[in-house]
Design a binder for this molecule. Structure first.
Ligand code: NAD
Ligand code: DAU
Length: 327
């Protein structure tokens, strides 16, 4: 798998070790978002970390030749960073995916492509519609347009070259080991370091939250049972406005629920994401296990309280970067 030192990939590695007999080779460049410490405690005889770039064709070819399946999580993943500097997003998300596709094509290896609901653009707040596998692509940001590009490459390699691939597009994940640049960990660690949570714009934007373990269980299900060439949307019916999430974090941390700041909005900020995951549920039998966002959030807060040594080194630099854009 790729990107296994990042948020979802490290949780996926842990999930695979806990729930299956498989061994995992992690290819990860250890960018600012990758952290060796996210893999600490995993058995060395079943998890190997190879530090390298998914766009390195020679390295990728050697690794792909030695595995049964590739799950591709590695990406530049943060919208705000893509607005400041799109270039690494094109290199990793597009050229990196192309490089992997050529390798799985050459070695005839099963491939699963991890993507995002952001490829579909956004929905109005009062629109009853949700994204389905048939929603037209309409990405808004440099990040989401590079993810959309990578999805289209996968579909073309399936059709033109017979690559054995599946795709999944998931909504916003939360849970342990998420970088402090992201919304939920940023607000938790803001409170834990004496800062106030920061809401972009009026805080009305809606995200469809899913626990990272539910995402990863769905990925494993698709890898085992998914039909080649098919796309599956992953979501857990978790729509909440950003303001609701911040208020819940503040309550859980014993703070007044209005103790946040409204800050400069993100340019092009997508209004609302919402996933209809009926296909995954009816065709492959997956169901989310985390039924309560409140409980999942409380456990996530407890993890950040207990693991300051994991996130503290990145906190000040992340906040300095945000301060430069008034966020
Ligand atoms: P992340 O930023 O936490 O982790 C990305 C990982 O990829 C890091 O370990 C980084 O070192 C590695 N990486 C980056 N460039 C690389 C390169 N060129 N070569 C090798 N490794 C490289 O990201 P995440 O939030 O865990 O997201 C993982 C995947 O899931 C991404 O493809 C993202 O688009 C997708 N996704 C994320 C979410 C979410 O809510 N976070 C939701 C849906 C889909
Ligand atoms: O929908 C899936 C996507 O979710 C993934 O593809 C991306 O990799 C992942 O980063 C995430 O994208 P978002 O842009 O939705 O996530 P982010 O955590 O950056 O922001 C979530 C929402 O919170 C969004 O509406 C912006 C807002 N926000 C974010 C930050 C960091 C704030 O209001 N304040 C903040 O400080």
């Amino acid at each position: 798998m790729t990107g296994g030192a990042g948020f979802i990939g490290s949780n996926f590695t842990r999930w695979v070790i806990d729930h299956t007999d498989a061994s995992v080779v992690v290819l990860d460049k250890l960018t600012y978002a990758g952290n060796r410490d996210s893999l600490v405690g995993l058995p060395r005889d079943r998890v190997e970390l190879v530090v390298g770039d998914v766009a390195d064709a020679s390295l990728v070819g050697d690794l792909v030749a030695s595995v049964d399946a590739v799950v591709h999580f590695a990406a530049e993943s943060h919208n705000d960073n893509s607005l400041a500097d799109p270039q690494p997003f094109l290199m990793t998300n597009i050229v990196g995916t192309y490089t992997l596709l050529q390798a799985v094509r050459e070695h005839d290896v099963r491939y699963h492509h991890i993507s995002t609901d952001e490829v579909y653009g956004d929905l109005e707040l009062d629109d009853p519609a949700r994204f389905t596998e048939h929603t037209p692509y309409n990405p808004s940001s440099p990040y989401s347009s590079t993810k959309a590009s990578s999805d289209l490459l996968v579909r073309a390699w399936v059709r033109s070259f017979g690559v054995q691939a599946t795709l999944s597009n998931c909504s916003n994940n939360y849970g342990p080991y998420q970088h402090v640049e992201k919304f939920i960990p940023r607000q938790i660690t803001n409170v834990l370091t004496g800062r106030r949570p920061k809401l972009y714009g009026a805080g009305q934007n809606v995200r469809d939250w899913i626990h990272v373990d539910d995402h990863n269980a769905a990925v494993w299900t698709i890898l085992q049972k998914g039909a080649i060439g098919e796309t599956y949307l992953i979501g857990a019916d978790g729509e909440k406005s950003n303001r609701e999430v911040v208020e819940e974090i503040l309550r859980l941390l014993g703070q007044p629920e209005d103790a946040y700041d409204l800050v400069t909005d993100r340019p092009g900020h997508d209004l609302r994401y919402a996933i209809d995951s009926s296909k995954l549920r009816t065709e492959l039998g997956w169901e989310p296990q985390y039924s309560s966002f409140h409980d999942g959030l409380a456990a996530t807060i407890a993890w950040y309280e207990a693991n300051e040594a994991w996130w503290k080194p990145a906190k000040d630099a992340t906040e300095n970067k945000y301060a430069a854009t008034g966020q």
